[in-house]
Design a protein around this ligand. Structure first.
Ligand code: HEM
Length: 152
């Protein structure tokens, strides 16, 4: 029984489920009317999103090197690299919404009459939908990767 591998797997699952929950919260909140309170909540949740994603990366990399299978198993697996590519896509697609949330928060703080422009709202909704689609690919590649599919 390898306790380190078990603990890494437990942390990894808790973190990736938290990441899924935070992303889902953003997708739900962005559908609401964009009151200044909602803007503040979105900016706060988005900060948590960044922090959890950072922990996912750290624990994930530790799993690659100190898990039961080791770096060699993952480096020769296209499903591992596909998983990393999908995760990178989610990360890149999360940048424009983050910048928008910060800008809306700043403008709402400076002007009580500030309203989020419909075009900016539609664009952020589009990015979040794309993030969700790429995110859905990750557990698919993860399950295949863990069972040795895609070794080369
Ligand atoms: C830099 C980011 C990440 C790295 C380096 C990483 C690495 C790993 C590693 C090494 C494993 C162990 C696989 C095995 O048992 O052989 C694993 C499993 C897993 N990862 Fe990640 N991961 C990352 C991000 C994510 C994300 C964002 C998700 C979100 C869905 C995720 C979901 C999973 C799942 C579901 C498993 C279990 C697979 C299974 O046993 O069926 N990972 N990950």
């Amino acid at each position: 029984m390898d306790t380190v591998d078990l603990l890494l797997a437990i942390f990894h699952h808790i973190l990736v489920f938290s990441l899924a929950a935070v992303l889902a919260a953003e997708v739900v909140l962005i559908r609401n009317e964009m009151t200044h309170r909602t803007i503040g909540r979105l900016a706060g949740i988005d900060r948590a999103y960044g922090l959890v994603a950072l922990f996912v990366i750290v624990v994930g990399i530790v799993r690659v090197f100190y898990g039961l299978k080791g770096w060699d198993f993952y480096v020769h697996s296209w499903t591992f690299w596909a998983k990393m590519a999908a995760f990178a896509a989610v990360g890149l697609l999360s940048v424009p919404p983050t910048l928008r949330f910060l800008s809306w928060k700043r403008q709402a703080g400076a002007d009580t009459a500030f309203a989020v422009p419909a075009t900016e709202l539609a664009s952020v909704r589009g990015y979040l939908r794309a993030e969700m689609m790429f995110f859905m690919l990750i557990p698919i590649f993860a399950a295949a990767m863990a069972r040795g599919y895609g070794q080369f």
